[in-house]
Design a protein around this ligand. Structure first.
Ligand code: HEC
Ligand code: HEC
Length: 393
């Protein structure tokens, strides 16, 4: 009963937000309302100790009385698989085909500090591929140690999001990759021409761009740099125990993780953190029910629309246990605290310690496996005679 009313309330609140945050949310809501019909039954029918929902045949052995109480794992896996969908192996994009040559080039560029003014900052400085795509800092040091206002999100699974950045200001990973290279507090290169000049001075890159973009008249360009990095990022996908559970391996999640998944669905977390990425597919207000104090206006900066104040891209919760500190400003230092705040500010709920523990256990099961071979630091091509020197200023 508790579950049903909480879900109903959260759905009502979602609709309120729909008018504020535009068509994409409205479209997502249409899907979610459909899902809610199926979920109501899940949230109410699979609570602890109610014996599961599968019909039991009289010939089956009696249930072990010492078994820990748990939700009916098979029914939960089936419902959740339908609700979240399957994580793809790559975020394919028709206009940027993922060829091996392009991906290899993108990997080199991702690790290359020569894209920065002082040859000391690379994409991998803030989005460390051997650390789940983050640097573990609230905000990240860039050129001359300067820091911005926002936490570095992970690059893993990011190509599957509806847009890039906390406020969605870049359409896709290709558009995104052009930003940090020229951002004065990140990599601080003075201009696109400068970056193209640096790359063109490195003979190994001249060859690599020609191989990656064989049909282009000018293979070595700033746009193609971004395309190559984007192509590399499109395969930074991390399936894990959660995906094995959805595929029917019921032991992939332990009882606490399964209870957490059940709560995630029935309490309404799923209304915002939806899809195979468990987020990244909608813009929603931080402080949906009870205001959340932050000086970051979020998506308002992009649209200038008053209704978008404090609206952020809902983050993907894939690998979230490894990507702290949390929230757009990196101000939250424990996963449990992030969950508690979400329950209160986004759903109007005061979560019980046990619910917080279960939800956090579920979130830990979203930690995936990194393909160490794919992300291994490649050998970078050597400087040519005309490669500019680092500029510390
Ligand atoms: C100095 C640290 C720093 C460097 C260097 C850096 N980034 Fe970022 N990155 C950030 C921060 C901070 C954000 C979030 C900014 C915002 O949302 O306004 C971000 C956002 C992103 C996102 C969006 C992810 C999402 O979930 O929205 C991607 C993708 C990304 N960076 C890739 C890259 C690539 C590729 C490079 C190299 C070309 C790079 N970054 C260099 C700090 C950095
Ligand atoms: C109304 C939409 C909404 C609902 C419902 C919601 N969230 Fe969130 N969630 C967000 C937004 C937006 C953020 C980004 C917060 C920020 O920018 O600081 C977020 C952030 C998070 C984070 C931090 C992620 C990170 O990388 O920093 C966690 C963890 C999280 N949510 C878990 C949950 C859980 C668990 C629930 C259910 C109890 C839930 N959320 C319900 C919208 C929602």
């Amino acid at each position: 009963m508790v579950h049903r009313s909480a879900w109903g309330e959260s759905m009502g609140r979602c609709q309120g937000a729909g008018s504020a945050t535009g068509r994409r949310v409205a479209a997502a809501l249409a899907i979610l309302i459909g899902l809610a019909l199926g979920l109501g039954a899940l949230g109410c029918g699979s609570g602890e100790g109610d014996g599961g929902s599968g019909a039991s045949k009289s010939s089956e052995p009696p249930v072990d009385p010492h078994a820990p109480p748990s939700v009916d794992a098979a029914a939960l896996a089936k419902k959740a698989a339908a609700v979240f969908g399957k994580l793809p192996a790559a975020a394919e994009k028709e206009t940027n085909p993922l060829t091996p040559a392009k991906i290899d080039l993108g990997r080199m560029l991702y690790y290359d500090t020569r894209l920065s003014k002082n040859h000391d900052v690379a994409c991998n400085s803030c989005h460390k591929l051997d650390a789940f795509g983050v640097d573990g800092e609230p905000t990240s040091p860039g050129h001359r140690g300067q820091r911005g206002e926002r936490n570095s999100p992970t690059v893993y699974n990011a190509a599957l999001h509806l847009a890039q950045f906390w406020d969605g200001r870049a359409e896709d990973v290709e558009a995104q990759a052009k930003g940090p290279v020229l951002n004065p507090i990140e990599m601080a290169s003075p201009s696109e021409e400068h970056v193209v000049g640096v790359l063109a001075s490195i003979p190994g890159y001249v060859t690599a761009f020609a191989e990656a973009f064989p049909d282009d008249e000018t293979p070595l360009s700033y746009d193609n740099m971004a395309r190559a990095i984007g192509a590399f990022e499109r395969k930074l996908i991390t399936p894990g125990p959660f995906d094995r559970f959805l595929a029917g391996d019921l032991d992939a999640l332990d009882p606490a993780e399964r209870r957490g998944l059940d709560a995630f669905l029935s309490l309404g977390c799923i209304s915002c953190h939806n899809g195979a990425t468990v987020g990244g597919l909608q813009y929603r207000k931080l402080g949906q029910i009870f205001p959340y104090e932050t000086k970051d206006p979020g998506r308002f900066n992009v649209t200038g629309n008053e209704a978008d104040r404090f609206v952020f891209k809902v983050p993907s919760l894939r690998n979230v246990a490894e990507t702290g500190p949390w929230f757009h400003d990196g101000s939250i230092t424990s996963l449990e605290e992030a969950v508690r705040l979400m329950g209160y500010h986004q759903l109007g709920l005061t979560l019980e310690p046990k619910q917080i523990a279960d939800l956090s256990a579920f979130l830990r099961s979203l930690t995936g496996e990194i393909d160490a071979g794919y992300v291994a630091r490649p050998e970078l091509p050597a400087n040519g005679p005309d490669t500019p020197a680092p500029d510390p200023n």
